[in-house]
Design a binder for this molecule. Sequence first.
Ligand code: PGA
Length: 248
Amino acid sequence: MRRKLLIGNWKMNKTRGEAEEFARGSHVLTALAVKKNIDIGVTPPFLAIDVIAKYNPKLILGAQNCHYLPKGAYTGEVSIEMLQDLPITMSLVGHSERRTYYNETNESCNKKILALKDHSLGVIYCVGETLDQFEKGLTKEVVKAQLDEGLKDVADLDNIVVAYEPVWSIGTGKNASKEIAEDVCKFIRDELRALYGDKAADKVRILYGGSVKPVNIHDYLTMPDIDGALVGGASLSVDSYLQLIENM
Ligand code: PGA
């Protein structure tokens, strides 16, 4: 039985002060999550990570991005070693906003995943097709390439979560139907089965992301291959986050 997982991706939102306010109010979230046997966490901006840890160490904490090299002349970047000064246990890799605005590729995602594994950190690897690719019926082809290339030479799926986030659904209010989401999440599990075998594929957690809200989260969780959600906008307030957990 896979434990449900809910991760709030805060993107470029919240100052340290705002993060503190969230964290101080978030004990209702972690208490309810324990009761419901759900893992919950957030990926705040780098600067707010220590604040969350200070005021609610029970939230799982992750980075939104990382560089795969330990150090060097890469202005504006943050290495995994630097992140390990903070109480994070994982990092997002390949979020569509990183792919779209910062030229992240399956190849660069692969380097990051390998480096995170090397440092014994977890990964939430984000995959998903654009609207154009969706309309052309290319979803599975695109996702397969993201998996094959992103996970190249990755020895096992330990500590790896895959998030299926159709780009057309992120921040648009147009969430994928639960049937579409399940179809692709099952496809992802089958691909992982082919690459890593039954045991690993049955164990790996696969999330859906893209306009997940308190009103629709439950639908996804009723599907056999969806183990939780990666949520942007609806994870920013304690009230809304609480409703997400309540409805899971
Ligand atoms: P959204 O973002 O829930 O605001 O659509 C999801 C994400 O980008 O992970």
